[in-house]
Design a protein around this ligand. Sequence first.
Ligand code: DC
Length: 222
Amino acid sequence: MRINIAIDGPSAAGKSTIAKKCAKLLGYSHLDTGAMYRCVAYKAKKEGIDWNDEEKLAEMIKNMKIDFDKNGNVYLDHEDVSQKIRTNDISMGASSVSRHLKVRECLVELQQQIAKSKGYILDGRDIGTVVLKDAELKIYLVASASARAERRIKEYIEKGIDFDRDEIIKDIERRDYQDMHREHSPLKKAEDAIEIDSSDLTIDEVVSKIKNELDRLGVVYD
Ligand code: DC
């Protein structure tokens, strides 16, 4: 039996890492929906479109092409933007453009088209509540702001990127607030989602909890 899996939660909770691991385990496809909002923010910035201009953003999306390869690289209008969309500026921009209903409608439709058949793992903010309401397994992955900040800092050290610890914590808190308090599809736990707090868990420990849920559902994996 193939199923669809929704993974939602705040920024830097480890959603994409966990989604990738589970996709590999199951032989499923992973769709990082946050990357799509990031592409909208990136393209708007490049074209001088204000992140608050809903009409222009919606118009722009009609003419943009987002592709993923099997390694998770992201292509915007055929340009590899995998790294360019991961800056702090674009993170805040993605959170800003995602407030607009028209932006959400366009991207949600695309996401639903992609995950029409079973065998998909989508991670984001509204997957269990809007995009894949009928997903057989919904995970709400949380972690404390300090645990998430520490993970970001570790990532920056590994990549040799300069950082300001206080700025990272502030950015995480600001984005949490914006994503949870917006009018349309705010981040919230779906009623039927299973909450996992990963603050004190390793990646493998989180995956093992998800494996328990897969076993409960009778899903076969290696
Ligand atoms: O998961 P991420 O950090 O790459 O997401 C970037 C922003 O995009 C996030 O702050 C809110 C928005 N987003 C959203 O509104 N809905 C989604 N399904 C995924 C992301």
